[in-house]
Design a protein around this ligand. Structure first.
Ligand SMILES: *[C@@H]1O[C@H](CO)[C@@H](O)[C@H](O)[C@H]1NC(C)=O
Ligand SMILES: *[C@@H]1O[C@H](CO)[C@@H](O)[C@H](O)[C@H]1NC(C)=O
Ligand SMILES: *[C@@H]1O[C@H](CO)[C@@H](O)[C@H](O)[C@H]1NC(C)=O
Ligand SMILES: *[C@@H]1O[C@H](CO)[C@@H](O)[C@H](O)[C@H]1NC(C)=O
Ligand SMILES: CC(=O)N[C@H]1CO[C@H](CO)[C@@H](O)[C@@H]1O
Ligand SMILES: [Zn+2]
Length: 553
């Protein structure tokens, strides 16, 4: 038994034995970690494709025309202003929002809708627009060939609220949308209004070139991604499933990993996420008899819970690297193309492709490189919430903690959840209870892995990224490598397609982050986007649509 829960169980028993030296504990907890059925393809080689541009004459002409247009100052200024205007509408989403219709803080999204419609008139005239749950936007661009599956592109309209006490740290106010000659300032400039403006600008520009797609393209813009996502993407997913069906899209492009000189030198690595971690929040509750604290037992409920937490934290989960997992693929790419990877690490990574002992050594080496790397190879746990105790002179009767597990993608739980609904008696009658439960009644399995080996959708994406970076006027690099990466987010659109790519065509060089917080969703983050980075995003979206339109996959 090497599962998360057997670890938890062992930890619990240790700590409870501490507290109740002579009692026996029986936890009816049946769990197992089973490997997912994975394809047995050889992922060792970091295969690369050539830059991809459309070759058919009309698409090729449009591609060239638009590359020229996107380089013009008049186009750039108009586009920066389009983003600035969207930023000036503060569509903040809050964790405590009531459903749409019951909370007037959603009303502001109507202003954004009005703004987008006024700014992109051709898009709104030519595409079919559907509003889902009032503020979700679906744009349907009908293709002429019904036998080609549509491609879905998503983005979100909402932004993380600005912490009022940080407003004076902003060089330009957070909702100014001000362009200072280099940067476009404001919340939403990066995450994620730039994606909405880039996609709409792309469609508008293609329409002006009289482009009529063969393939259908669908755009879905949620509006509470920074909160739970339930009102926006949650409803959009239901709509898309009923309107288009399960596995009805050729590919999905969602926000996610970007590009950068990840491993030093002058080599750009672009990392679309093709896998995702799952999660499970476990609630651990200890209930003990109450009473006055003038006659306390050796351990109060808080003491028992505290020793359980100490035990849990001192038993971290085994790290293990699977050859079929996304992290292993990333490492192979780093070894094959990363300038700063040491010779020792490079040869260990290469050896691990076929040598089991080297695979274990590599996993250990990553764990030693620090928590960020360790988190990539295994299931992690974090004790995030604790509560209990109401009065200084009363024994706490009920104390609890919530432990967040992020589950490595190549594993999944086979929980017999009955055990999670059963009270477990510890020791003698009346001594108390320890209860384990799913904290919020929800858990999420690791996402299905997006195929990359000999996969046409992956090749189109990778080729498009390379062509977009080649056509950029600001990025110079000796090489561009596309390498899959692992996302830690969750998502609603899993079974609309097997080909899910979480990729934002952007880089740290193009983003300004004064607070240097690592937390994407930080309420304190001061942000701006380089104007040129927005133009590059548009080049990417344009080529993405033209390349998909040309493909018959
Ligand atoms: C999950 O566990 C049950 C009971 O132990 C077992 O019958 C079942 O085969 C397991 N499922 C998988 C996918 O291993
Ligand atoms: C579990 O224990 C709690 C607290 O002692 C009690 O309120 C609850 O009714 C019990 N539930 C079951 C299913 O036995
Ligand atoms: C679609 O995915 C969800 C999980 O996101 C799952 O609960 C549901 O059963 C899936 N539906 C189908 C038809 O596969
Ligand atoms: C439509 O797409 C199908 C599937 O790729 C292809 O076989 C067919 O030739 C296309 N039809 C037209 C009119 O282009
Ligand atoms: C003109 C330009 O941006 N040059 C950059 C190319 O990349 C190298 C390596 O990252 C930079 O040092 C140059 O400044
Ligand atoms: Zn986002």
């Amino acid at each position: 038994m090497s599962s998360v829960f057997s670890r938890l169980l062992v930890s619990l028993l240790c700590s409870i034995t501490l507290a109740h030296a002579h009692s026996t504990a029986q936890l009816h907890l049946q769990t197992a970690l089973v490997p997912l059925n994975l394809p047995t393809e050889d992922y060792a080689a970091c295969g690369q494709v050539a830059p991809l541009n459309p070759s058919e004459s009309q698409r090729s002409r449009i591609n060239v025309n638009l590359d020229v247009l996107y380089g013009r100052d008049s186009f750039k200024l108009r586009t920066f202003e389009a983003l600035g205007g969207a930023i000036r509408i503060p569509t903040e989403s809050y964790d405590d929002l009531a459903p749409v219709g019951q909370d007037d803080r959603w009303d502001i999204f109507a202003l954004l809708h009005e703004y987008l419609e006024g700014t992109f008139p051709l898009v709104y005239q030519s595409l079919r627009v559907t509003k889902v749950n009032t503020y979700g936007i679906v744009l349907h661009w009908q293709g002429s060939n019904e036998s080609l599956l549509p491609v879905l592109m998503t983005a979100h309209q909402d932004v993380v609220p600005v912490e009022p006490s940080t407003v004076n740290q902003w060089v330009h106010p957070p909702y100014s949308g001000y362009y200072d000659g280099t940067w476009i300032w404001g919340r939403g400039s990066c995450d994620d209004k730039s994606d909405i403006i880039s996609q709409l600008t792309t469609i508008e520009s293609l329409l002006k070139e009289d482009f009529q797609p063969s393939r259908t393209f669908v755009f879905a813009f949620g509006f509470d991604e920074e909160a739970s996502g339930l009102e926006g993407a949650g409803h959009l997913a239901v709509y898309l499933k009923s309107r288009y069906g399960i596995n009805s899209f050729a590919a999905l492009l969602d926000e996610g990993g970007g590009f950068g000189k990840l491993y030093g030198g002058n080599v750009l690595f672009a990392g679309p996420s093709t896998g995702e971690k799952g999660y499970l929040d476990v609630r651990l509750e200890v209930s003990t008899p109450g009473g006055h604290s003038s006659v306390p037992p050796a351990h109060t409920g808080i003491g028992i819970l505290a020793s359980a937490i100490v035990a849990i934290e001192s038993h971290s989960h085994d790290a293990s690297l699977a050859r079929s997992g996304t992290v292993f693929q990333m490492l192979q790419c780093a070894a094959a193309h990363g300038p700063d990877i040491t010779t020792t690490l490079r040869s260990l990574i290469e050896k691990a492709a076929s040598d089991d002992q080297a695979l274990i050594e590599l996993s250990d080496a990553l764990v030693k490189m620090g928590p960020k790397f360790a988190a990539l190879v295994g299931t992690t746990q974090a004790v995030d919430l604790i509560s209990g105790g109401v009065k200084v002179n009363a024994l706490p009767e009920r104390v609890e903690t919530v432990i967040n597990h992020r589950i490595a993608e190549h594993r999944k739980f086979n929980l017999t959840l009955v055990s999670f609904g059963t009270n477990v008696t510890i020791g003698s009658e009346g001594a108390g209870h320890v209860i384990l439960s799913k904290a919020w009644g929800t858990s999420l399995e690791p996402a299905p892995m997006t195929p990359i080996s000999s996969s046409k959708p992956y090749e189109i994406l990778a080729g498009t990224i390379k062509a977009a970076l080649k056509s950029s006027t600001i990025y110079n690099s000796t090489a561009v490598v596309v390498s899959p990466s692992l996302a830690i987010d969750t998502q609603f659109y899993w079974n609309l397609t097997k080909h899910i790519f979480r990729y934002s065509h952007s880089t740290d060089d193009g983003r300004y982050n004064q607070a240097h917080t690592v937390n994407e969703a930080s309420a304190y983050k001061v942000v701006a986007l380089k104007g040129e980075a927005l133009i590059d995003k548009i080049r990417f979206h344009t080529k993405f649509i033209l390349n998909w339109d040309e493909s018959t996959s």
